[in-house]
Design a protein around this ligand. Structure first.
Ligand SMILES: Cc1cc2nc3c(=O)[nH]c(=O)nc-3n(C[C@H](O)[C@H](O)[C@H](O)COP(=O)(O)O)c2cc1C
Length: 220
């Protein structure tokens, strides 16, 4: 598969088959992603791929935290109130998801249930957590984002899929506890990975993109 094909055909996967990614394939994918660029080659990512019983335990702890009613306490500042065209696109993406599932946008309960699937890793056999030392701030976040997209494209190339999840960075305490992270290690975000369930309605959700003429200024 050409890189452009992988870029054009990647979409968020939010329902997975149970089958795990074989160990050797998993190592190969993460090995290839190590070639991602980073500022001054600092390679700030410390990645955790969580599977099996640990994944189940982590999901249970996360759901408990989410449903406790306590507000999210992310390690990094995720509190953006989107405005204008950004808000419009945020609403558009949510609308596409709920529309695909046949959920009315006023049906808060059904939307809440769908939201909770984030912390069940959408049924994926593996959950990835992207962590980095907290002091790195925005520079580290840039590098981790590039690394995660590299990973997403390699997964796509190999017939697998993923969903990037800011939601997995909202309650870092259970993650820190289950994975034994030190206090200076922050959880930026996460990703569910595995083989897409091609029959699942939710995986048919599509988002649109701005015209290149609007998004890119070609200046000469
Ligand atoms: C940094 C980041 C965080 C995201 N967080 C979530 C999330 O918590 N839950 C979710 O279902 N999707 C999440 N997404 C997926 C976006 O909603 C999705 O990429 C966007 O709507 C475009 O759709 P597409 O991935 O199908 O092209 C996230 C994507 C990124 C890049």
């Amino acid at each position: 598969m050409l890189v452009t094909e992988a870029v054009r055909s990647r979409t968020s996967v939010r329902q997975f088959l149970e089958a795990p990614i074989p160990d050797d394939v998993m190592r190969e994918i993460f090995n290839a992603a190590q070639m991602s660029p980073s500022n001054c080659n600092t390679q700030p990512w410390k990645t955790y791929v969580v599977s099996g019983e640990k994944k189940k335990a982590l999901s249970a702890h996360l759901l408990e935290a989410v449903m406790s009613g306590n507000p999210p306490n992310p390690d990094f500042d995720w509190t953006v109130d989107y405005k204008g065209e950004h808000r419009d696109r945020q609403i558009g993406a949510a609308f596409s998801l709920y529309n695909t599932l046949g959920i009315d946008r006023e049906d808060r309960q059904a939307r809440g249930v769908t939201m909770l699937r984030n912390w069940e890793f959408f049924g994926a056999p593996h959950a990835v957590f992207f962590t980095m030392e907290k002091y790195l701030g925005i520079m580290g976040a840039v590098d981790l984002g590039i690394y995660a997209q590299t990973l997403a494209l390699i997964l796509r190339e190999n017939g697998m899929g993923c969903c990037f999840q800011g939601a997995l960075g909202q309650y870092p305490d259970p993650v820190r506890e289950v994975l034994g992270l030190s206090d200076d290690q922050g959880v930026l975000f996460g990703m569910s990975i595995g083989y897409p369930d091609l029959n699942a309605k939710i995986n048919a959700a599509r988002t649109d993109r701005e015209n290149v003429e609007t998004a890119v200024n070609f200046v000469s």
